[in-house]
Design a protein around this ligand. Sequence first.
Ligand code: S3P
Length: 198
Amino acid sequence: MLGSPVTMKTDSFFAPPRTIVLIGMMGAGKTSIGRRLAARLGVPFVDADAEIEEAAGSSIADIFERHGEEAFRDGERRVISRLLDGPINVMATGGGAFLDKNTRGLIMSRAISVWLRASLDTLAMRLERSRTPRPLLDKEADMRGALSRLIDERYPIYEESHIVVDTGDGPQEPVVDSVYNSLQSFINEENIRKNEQS
Ligand code: S3P
């Protein structure tokens, strides 16, 4: 039709230059969004928590119970560092990983970090429905209060990530679209900056 806008497919496949690390609170959807994003980018998906469990030969809940949070964070840092040494992938990390200064430094220097930001309401609703054990919340009588405290403590640090994408309680495909498009813009801008410097 004369005068109708020309539609162009703007989301053509692109190859990520380094690993994409998804960060954010428990219940933000890092694993499910991560799987879909990896499929779209044509790279493997890895779940840092699952890798920690495999390396330790026990569940995260058991690691917390038997060795405490500090030991868990040490293992988490080692596993994430090893995964960053491997092939380019999309990696979902546990909600506390990015808070550790060393882990954060590794992620910021060797990967592209994407914070999946969700509201307290969204997180509380998702976590109430979830059956995954969450050692930091499971013993809390007031789960919403504990979540709210974690949000206050963590969101200023998550803000340091390269990319922020909001996620709500709706379908996941639009969130994957947003992450994909934000990544494409981030990488384009990074390439422009690099070319200007050379
Ligand atoms: C944690 C989040 C969990 C897991 C551990 C600690 C956290 O992962 O790593 O229970 O500190 O927020 P998910 O964010 O995948 O639930």
